[in-house]
Design a protein around this ligand. Sequence first.
Ligand SMILES: [Zn+2]
Length: 353
Amino acid sequence: MTSTEPLIAALRPGYQAELADGTDRFFHPRRTDCPWCGATRLRVRLRTTDLLQHKPGRFVLDQCQECAHVFQNPRLNDTGLAFYYRDFYDGLGEQRLAGLFGTRAAVYRGRARSVLPFAAAPGRWLDVGTGHGHFCGTARELFKDTEFDGLDLSAGVELGEREGRLAHGYRGSFPELAPELAGRYDVLSMFHYLEHSADPARELAAARQALRPGGLLLIEVPDPQSRYARLLGRWWLPWLQPQHLHLAPPANLRARLGELGFTVVLEQHREPHDPLDLLAAGWLALDALAPRENAPWLPGTPPGRLRRLLRTAVFLAGAPALLVAALLDRLLARGAGRFGFSNAYRVLARKEA
Ligand SMILES: [Zn+2]
C-alpha cells in the first residue's frame, strides 16, 4: 500500500467522467499543412502513446518534408492539454518531480553560465515556463544583482515567488502577458518551453516584445534531429507525448529568429545534452511491459498482489540492463555533440535595435 492510494481513489471519479466520451474530443482536427512553413508534404514520423503517465489516447507526430519541422498532428486542444497535464507537474505528480528538479542545480548553473560572456550583470531576467522557479533560484548565485522574474501557466510560479526564488511570478499565457511586459527585460530565457507551446512563432514574437533593444533571448529545446531520436524511436524520452507539440530543428529556429530581428550569437549542442537517453528508453520499455496500474485515469480496482510482484520482477530482471544503459549514457555524453547524438540544443540571440 502506498500513501497515494487515498488520493488516487478521490481523483478517480473525475477522471472517469472526463473519459466517458472517449479521447477524440481532446484534439483539434488534423491539419494538412506544416504549422512552421505552410508546406503540404507531410509524413508520419511517430505513432505513440502516453508512456509516462499511461493516460489513455494515441498520438501522432508528423514531419514536414520541406522544412523538417516535427509537430503533433492532430494537436491537443485546451481541454486535452488540461487533461493530460493534470497531476503531472502538480497534484499527484508534484512530489515525484520536486525530488527530480531539486537535484538539477548543476544543469541550471550551466544554462545560466552561457549568458555570462554576453551580459555579466543584466538588470532584469524573465524565465518563461519557469515551473516552480528552480532555475532562477540557482542562477541568482551567478548573477547576484539581477532581478529574476518567472512566468508559467501553472500554480508553481506562485510557489516560486512565495519561497523567494522569483522576485515576481506571473501566472498566465506569455503571449497574452507580453504587452504589459514590453521592453522590460535584459534577458529572457525559455528552457524546454517552446516545444510545449501550441504556437511557437507567437511565443518568439512575445519574447521580442518583452525584451529591450539589445536584450538577449536564451532558448533550449529538444533536437528532433538527434541520432538518438531515430535510434530509439518511440522510446526516446524527449518526444514526450502528448506534451511536446512542436519540435523545431536548429536551422528552422535560427531562421525564424533572424526574421524576427534577432542575431544569433551562440549555438550549443554538447552543453545542453542531458545524458539519459538510453537509461530513459530502457526504463520506459520496462514500465510499458509491466505498468504501474494504480492511477485515477485507469478503470476500476487497484492492481492485485500478483500484478505488483510481476512489476517488481520485471524491474529486478531489467536492473542490470538499466545500469549498463546509464553507464553508456555517461560514457557517450562527451562525444554527443560532435557525433549528432545530443538530445537538445541551446541558442542565444540578441534583439537588434
Ligand atoms: Zn514545414
